[in-house]
Design a protein around this ligand. Structure first.
Ligand code: NAD
Ligand code: 6OD
Length: 486
């Protein structure tokens, strides 16, 4: 079979590059594809193409025509559903079932949702009276910002890329997007879809490459972009903010988390076990919303820990195509090194390894992949590294608590503020605790239930701004107020 090359998509054309880098499968370490690293001059061409398209066809296109194109993108992703699933699974190793149920349908839905949402979005208008008795009307007009630089991560590659691309395009912007170097596949397929659907050249550009001293850094420092939207690590967010500073470019950041789950003694026990297993181990713990700190009321702590451990031990690690697979590998061997380091630090700090902690042995090609065991720790103090720092792997620490005040204090004692899950049948308690948690998203008796109209994002090191519905449109547009005296 001939070697796949993932090319850049610039000004409506697929282009290779002098530098090709390897896209490696985390399943078995095999080569998935060669990827064309965009040079500085490729990024310049992409930004120029986006600027020309913005000044030309795109921002002047009637809203309905623009929205029809976005809807066609959703339909074409659905038409090529299996290609997208295969590419996402090859790059990430995630279970096929997960790619089929979450990643790819949500990738399509992001386009459909924003294509519809932009049509019902509103602006403000106010009436007042001038002192001379005449009427004054203020109204605001929404305008696209221009050229948006998009930097995306590897954990939910299509879902998180399109979560930014779709509202940016819907609002009338043109984009230059850099997917993660770990997961270039579905972004390249998305470029094929955009090409097939017939967008004007330059509206949508994909540039591949690394972050620091490569495509990502050059793009975010580019003088001719109008805003930067980024999802990834908090430390990378800090670097990108520095890149944005000289041009005072607006930034929208979805960053890391160290999310708590709080299980009260009146919770539906089985639902709390099932939900917490999902929130800790989904996508091999590589979702920014994953729970890494589990606080359980002391009256049910022993029972909870025993059941939680026995269910975690049943998690199966298999080839992605197998129905029985619950759990894929980590994204890379480098990332696995970081996760294993967090485990060894936890042990040095006095943590008790309750489940997992190592690398599974398969005696087949998967031993060359980046698999890891689902892992549970107990016994650590609140100041230890495992409780304080994001691991971004399939691991949590379980701690007993006695009172609401105590657990609130512990849950809030974090430099992050992304998400939390609360498990209780007492809805008044759920409302009260939710109002006191310093996070952007709280799930009550559930986890990762999404309504795309709601504000999504984090506080503190977890991000800047909110995305979703009106919040996305607010970032991707500027408002002009018009004051009319009659
Ligand atoms: P990362 O920060 O390493 O990389 C993300 C992207 O940034 C990649 O495309 C990378 O090439 C690029 N990049 C890196 N350095 C750059 C630089 N100096 N300038 C420009 N671009 C640069 O993140 P990751 O490892 O891909 O993703 C995992 C992290 O992302 C975790 O911390 C996770 O919590 C976070 N995350 C947050 C959310 C959220 O919604 N809050 C969602 C997904 C992931
Ligand atoms: O579901 C979403 O819209 C979203 N932004 C999820 C983020 C997941 C983080 O890994």
């Amino acid at each position: 079979m001939s070697q796949i090359i993932y090319k850049n998509y610039i000004a409506g054309k697929f282009q290779s590059s002098q530098n090709l880098f390897d896209d490696i499968s985390p399943i078995d370490g095999s080569l998935v594809a060669k990827v064309a690293e965009a040079s500085n001059s490729d990024v310049d061409k992409a930004v120029d193409a986006a600027r020309n398209a913005f000044n030309g066809d795109w921002s002047n296109m009637p809203l309905k025509t623009r929205c029809d194109l976005l809807e066609k993108v959703a339909l074409t992703i659905e038409k090529r559903f299996d290609d997208f699933v295969d590419a996402e699974v090859a790059d990430t190793g995630k279970p096929v079932n997960q790619a089929k149920l979450i990643d790819i349908p949500r990738g399509a839905e992001n386009f459909r949702f924003f294509s519809n949402y932009i049509k019902i979005s509103k602006t403000e208008s106010y009436e007042m009276q001038h002192e001379d008795g005449s009427k004054v009307i203020n109204y605001s007009i929404r305008k696209p910002k221009g050229v948006i630089a998009i930097i995306a991560p590897w954990n939910l590659p299509l879902l998180l890329l399109t979560w930014k691309v779709a509202p940016a395009l819907a609002a009338g912007n043109c984009i230059v997007a850099k997917p993660s170097e770990e997961t270039p596949g579905t972004a390249t397929l998305l470029a094929e879809v955009v090409d097939e659907v017939g967008f004007p050249d330059g509206v949508f550009n994909i540039v591949h490459g690394y972050g620091p001293k490569s495509t990502g850094e050059y793009l975010t420092k580019h003088h001719d972009i109008d805003a930067i939207t980024f999802t990834g690590e908090s430390a990378t967010g800090s670097e990108i903010m520095k890149s944005a500073a000289d041009g005072v470019k607006p930034v929208s950041f979805e960053l890391g988390g160290k999310n708590a789950a709080i299980i009260f003694d009146d919770a539906d026990f089985d639902a709390a076990i099932e939900g917490t297993l999902k929130s800790v181990f989904a996508n091999c713990g590589q979702v920014c919303l994953c729970t890494e700190r589990v606080y359980v009321h002391q009256s049910i702590y022993e029972k909870f820990l025993e059941k939680f451990k026995s269910e975690a031990e049943k998690i199966t690690e298999n080839w992605p195509q197998k129905e029985s697979l619950d759990f894929g590998p980590l994204i890379s061997k480098e990332h696995r090194e970081k996760v294993l380091k967090a485990f060894s630090t936890a042990i040095t700090d006095g943590g008790i390894l309750e489940v997992g902690g190592g690398i599974p042995i398969f005696d087949d090609k998967r031993d060359s992949g980046s698999w890891i065991e689902p892992t549970i720790f107990t016994g650590l103090g609140e100041k230890s590294d495992l409780i304080k720092n994001e691991v971004f792997g399939p691991v949590c620490h379980v701690t007993p608590f006695e009172s609401e005040n105590e657990v609130l204090k512990k849950a809030n004692d974090s430099k992050y503020g992304l998400a939390a899950a609360i498990w209780t049948k007492d809805i008044n308690k759920a409302h009260l605790i939710s109002s006191k948690l310093n996070v952007g998203v709280v799930w009550v008796n559930s986890w990762y239930l999404r309504d795309l109209r709601t504000p999504f994002g984090g506080m503190k090191l977890s991000g800047i701004g909110r995305e979703g519905g009106q919040h996305s449109l607010d970032f991707y547009s500027e408002l002009t107020n018009v004051c009319v005296k009659s």
